[in-house]
Write a protein of this length. Structure first.
Length: 293
């Protein structure tokens, strides 16, 4: 039993005639009769009562034929819906982009780009999952999202990726902080002060802790929070310093951003799993971000 045979049975049921059904299907009547006969042989039942009318009008389906036609109606309807949905997805008039991003990018880098993408493809749904870099990596590995923005250190052989941005990491501090007079700050000097840090699961925290370990320093963590705006408020009031991507500090913030000495840069990649098919919507989103870096 195949889809064509179900279409043939549906046409026969709706017209009640082999002649009319063949005309509707744009096929020869003998070919239609053979198709129905093969279906009957395959199922081991009679589907059409051919003796109901010798003039080939208003042929009746048997009980088995009626039951099969009910299933055929549902199957053919679902096939039409599937075809319509796939065409819509191919034309980017339907579909969903699921993306996991680190908190700072979600807050400072992506908003304007997401709005621009939404304006270009208004029918596509965007589902954004914001958290730590470890959250983004885990969600991509477990296929909870289709795309994730992750650090270069998190790239794995199972991923395809493209470099999205290269951003400098800076020290954020209040205007009255003792380090405010420095044009750049060494890691040694950075660790001599109270720190405001992201919680476990964020690349910045892992990087800071690894740097402290290499220097034999013990970070003096005064505050821990994943709320970037709270971090900025604490820093602006002089209660600690932190390290963030340069994009997180704007001219409106009462915060100074000083580079490390030597400078530190973070490469962030947009990645997806090689073995997972990339939808048209996902590809459009990746291409859009790469064209609007």
């Amino acid at each position: 039993m195949d889809i064509r045979q179900l279409k043939h049975l549906d046409a026969l049921a709706s017209t009640g005639s082999f002649t009319a059904a063949a005309k509707k299907l744009n096929m020869a009547q003998p070919a239609l009769s053979q198709s129905i006969k093969r279906l009957e042989v395959a199922l081991g039942v009679t589907l059409v009562n051919r003796t109901s009318n010798k003039n080939d009008k208003l042929l009746a389906l048997t009980a088995e034929g009626l039951v099969l036609h009910q299933h055929a109606t549902l199957i053919l309807k679902q096939i039409k819906q599937a075809e319509a949905q796939i065409r819509a997805m191919a034309n980017l008039t339907s579909g969903e982009v699921r993306i996991a991003v680190p908190g700072m990018l979600g807050s400072f880098y992506l908003p304007s780009r997401l709005m621009a993408f939404r304006h270009k493809y208004p029918e596509l749904k965007l589902s954004l999952f914001e958290g730590g870099t470890r959250d983004a990596l885990r969600m991509l590995q477990q296929e909870e999202v289709d795309i994730a923005i992750i650090t270069a250190q998190d790239l794995q052989p199972e991923f395809d990726s493209q470099l999205l941005i290269r951003e400098q990491m800076v020290i954020a501090m209040g205007a009255e902080h003792p380090l405010a007079e420095h044009s750049a700050v060494s890691l040694n000097d950075f660790f001599d002060h109270e720190l405001v840090m992201f919680k476990t699961g964020y690349f910045h925290r892992e990087w800071i802790l690894s740097q402290a370990k290499d220097l034999g320093k013990k970070p003096n963590v005064a505050f821990e929070t994943n709320l970037i705006n709270l971090i900025k408020q604490i820093v602006s009031q002089g209660f600690g310093i932190t390290s963030v991507l340069e994009m997180a500090i704007s001219s409106k913030d009462d915060i100074l951003a000083k580079p490390f000495d030597p400078p530190v840069f973070l490469n962030l990649h947009i990645a997806w799993k090689k073995q997972r098919p990339v939808s048209q919507a996902d590809r459009a989103f990746v291409d859009f971000l790469m064209s609007n870096r």
